[in-house]
Design a protein around this ligand. Sequence first.
Ligand code: CUA
Length: 380
Amino acid sequence: ALAPLAVLGSALLTGCQQAQQSLSIGDMASAFNREIWVMSIWAIALSIIIFFGVSFALFYTVQKFREDKHDAPPAQFHGNNKLEVWLVAVPVVIVIFLSVLTVRSMAILNPTPDQATKIDILAKQFWWNFEYPEVKADAGGEVANGNEMLMPTRQPVALTVTSGDVIHGFWAPNIGGQRAAMPAVNKTWQVDTDRAGVYQGNCSQLCGASHANMRYKVIALDQARYDATLAAMKAYRAPEPAPGSPEELGYKLFMQGKPATDPKRPETGAASCAGCHRVQGTPAGGQVGPDLSFFGTRRTLGAGMWEGQKAEDMLIPWLKNSPAVKPGALMPPYENGAEYMVNGKPTKGYSLTDEEINAVAAYLRSLKLPEEADYWRDVP
Ligand code: CUA
């Protein structure tokens, strides 16, 4: 009975906040959420009735049969068949009623992936990758985006979630349908939303130092715009940097890294970014870190740790030393061979100059969808 009360409590506390990006399950943007909501309300209402019924009966009995009100003990008897039938029948009816509600909701909410838009989700410490398996990039490979998930409105969307390391939890409260992301397990379920907008998602399973910094955005677009955006992503090829531009230097460092000045000390050079990250339409095909194909279009950085201008401002500190700004981040520092922890052991990072870091940032910012396919357009 406590769970529905907690649900009610969080809804009361946060239900009145602004719709956009609130973390409230009371701000329902999907039929899924509404279905769960109806069940919760029934469970809460019945719990309240039972609570007051039992409390009343208890106080009534205590009051009525107080010793000082009676000269002799009240009538003593054993068993009351009529009362016992009621005491069994009423809970049975309540349980059957709630079971019917539950089974009905399960039937409605069960995945029907054949007719649903499919999105594959990979959770890792401490970021997300969203892949659109029904679309293959013209330049080869999948169409995927790190930490910002697109979904169409007003139609079933089949999400399949898995983890690349420990157990994480996929949860976008406004959309509903929390699921655990577990290594070597694919879980598919169906969600939907009837409202275009941006919704906040968080990891909901304690998973390490930056569990709280493992966020994402769900960007729900109307069907036509969703289709156009996916088409643009499919056709996307990372731009060729102009010769002599900072982007060109950034591209080179991204793809090849930098040779170590002292061959015995790798920290005097830099490993490539491409070993860990993928950029659609380039040789970069790494699968260790999030997909960076549309990095320049993204508005968040560090798996939703920063947004907007703050995300812009944090890009350089991020590249210089991400574990220093996000606890537990697994990307090595790229400045001054700073140390970071790998499996509890201090490990040297790499050494890029300020100019080189700026060049990598410039290259990342150039990885942009065309203006008309910017899924953040119209979002304040
Ligand atoms: Cu991933 Cu918490």
